[in-house]
Design a protein around this ligand. Sequence first.
Ligand SMILES: [Cu+2]
Length: 609
Amino acid sequence: MLSSRLMAISSSTLLALVIVFVFLSYQASHCDAHKQKHWPVGRSTRFYDFKVQKTKVTKLCKSKEIITINGMFPGPTVYAEEDDRVIIKVTNETPHNATIHWHGVRQRLTCWSDGPSYITQCPIQPGQTYTYEFTLVEQKGTMLWHAHISWLRATVHGAIVVYPKKGVPYPFKHPYEEHTLIFAEYWFKNSLKIEKNVLASGGGPPVADAYLINGHPGPKYNCSATDVYKIDIVPGKTYLLRLINAGLNTELFFTIAGHEMTVVEADGEYVKPFNLNRLMITPGQTINVLVAADRPIGTYDMAAGAYMSAKNVPFQNVSAVARFQYTGASLASASQPAQLPSFNNNLAVKSHMDGLRSLNATNLPLDIDTNLFFTIGLNVEPCHAPNPNRSCQGPGGGVFSASMNNISFVKPAVALLQAYHDDIEGQYRTDFPRRPRKAYDYVNGAPNNVTVDTASLSGTRVTLLDYGANVQLVLQDTGTVGVENHPIHLHGFSFYLVGYGSGNYHASRAKLNLVDPPYMNTIGVPVGGWAAIRFTADNPGMCLVHALPPRDPHELGPIDGLYREERRGATTDSPSSTSRLADMLKKLICSHRNLQVFPLFLFQYCDVS
Ligand SMILES: [Cu+2]
């Protein structure tokens, strides 16, 4: 990790020259009239060179080729400081399409650098390059990057570590050392093939063959007694652990034998410190904890294992184990085993969530003018395939899908941001419903028997939000097929998690925290329950709202509901008080320093058939 950091610093000097040149030549010829006052320029620039590559790895005594960045698994850590500019050139050297998403980066006025394929950009095709460029405006903490197309992110992922500006301390005692722990799921089969097979079968995905901590499964798996990630600990010191769930489908519990953890940050934002023995982290979430090495000298297990809230769903029940090893510990004595909660311990999840309080909730919208209510859940579509045995392996001989407000997302042919920018007709509709068509008992009254018909509508629809709107979005789990904790992620924003509960949401009964709710970007909506989030729609773009698929392969695509924000009406900080997003994007591009960041213009259709 240290070496990649050094690489980033030295490369940044090199690139600075290039940027100035492009900036001057382009700006002079085209755009001097539209110099952006509000363009986030950034402080230092960090440059990274990402090559998407095929790499051979051996885990659990089996070798296979996986897709990685620069041959590393997990991939290189992106280091920066708050308000830095980050430029990452991604070159695709594989035969598969790829994009990279910077999960948790709010992409202030750089929505085209967000990375979800078919939403803000076409995939980076084999042999092509795409340069992502964004500023970490008022952002510090732990985030992650991952591929945002198909199941590529199973192996294409890594950490983003953003330090406070120089001279600004952490709001807690400076730790002796910091370590990043990235959790992942691992399959022996090629993950792209698995996804293809699952989509073709209409059923659920196969369980992971192992969980990994920084690429290591640990001793509970076959043939892995020595394939264990280890942190060397100096007794009496305090350590900061940056925890990242880069897994594809599985929510994980994490615990350290004999040690308490003090949670100090969630999803890249400080929280009021609180102590836990075990925590739950959904795919896409990041949590920073402090751990004091105050136990007798020895070796202690750190374990990550499944949280599975759905009933009768198979999952990998062997946990990944890493080691917290004190200097001076006898190598002959056994490591202290870690005690994870049982796989369906909803109470352990709730006590973790209850502890999350923002350190400073400064931008919490109090006057809500836009109320949204989205149901989320699984559906089963009727079988129309000529060969039902092969293609309709969902419950009752149907095809699994997932939906929001009963609409299952259909992938467009043109990236939606480009379709909007170029006024390309027919790619999406703007009538994604703001609430379900009819209210019912979402949790208990939903049909959970496929013969009753649990099919959804399908389509590519977006919700338009006025610029500056203060939005409250209630996410409601449904029992259409079965209730389950769903991790929901919002792109382009962080949001305040103002409330959550079990059962159906009722505005009159819901208890909301309007004092110090946590500021997050991914939330596990409680099983058979609801979560309410708030944000101000002040970052124009196409912003995806979606589930990080808990076991259903269709959710990464079809569950997606979308926001598009549009600048309307006069606002003091908008470049043109009446301009549409399209005009604004054009102007932004003119003031942008690197033309390569907007290659959406270069090819219209994402996939050439
Ligand atoms: Cu994200």
